[in-house]
Design a protein around this ligand. Structure first.
Ligand SMILES: N[C@@H](CCC(=O)N[C@@H](CS)C(=O)NCC(=O)O)C(=O)O
Length: 120
């Protein structure tokens, strides 16, 4: 059975998982969790992911959240070669640097900008 991706398509982290799945040629069952309806705060979703974030992946009982961890898992499990996460340490370090830059800098900046935008 295809892994289940809890998602909403506006989310940049969700889109990174969708792009990784497309690059790997794998199908994901997409289940929308509507943040505007607070579906991420329901008891059942909190049981799955107490950090209540999308994307969250359920691969036959293996539950992972955070797009970076999900992407690494998908590449490790379904990648047919090392093109997305090279074995060569110098090349891998560049991928890791970009992942940490996104995780530590870009996403929090973008979220702050999105949250603080003036209401019209
Ligand atoms: N670092 C996380 C960020 C996930 C995240 O914050 N997702 C937002 C949507 S873009 C979310 O689920 N927000 C709801 C909440 O934090 O309660 C990742 O890469 O997956």
């Amino acid at each position: 059975m295809a892994p289940i991706l809890y998602m909403q398509s506006f989310s940049a982290p969700v889109r990174s998982v969708l792009m990784t799945a497309a690059a790997l040629g794998i199908k994901l069952q997409q289940k929308v969790v509507d943040l505007s309806k607070q579906e991420h705060l329901t008891e059942s979703f909190l049981k799955l992911n107490p950090q209540h974030t999308i994307p969250t992946l359920n691969d036959d009982g293996v539950v992972i959240w955070d797009s970076h961890a999900i992407n690494a898992y998908l590449v490790g499990k379904y990648g047919k070669n090392d093109s997305l996460y090279p074995k060569d340490l110098a090349k891998r370090a560049i991928v890791d640097q970009r992942l940490h830059f996104d995780s530590g800098i870009i996403f929090s900046w973008l979220r702050n900008i999105a949250v603080s935008r003036p209401k019209t």
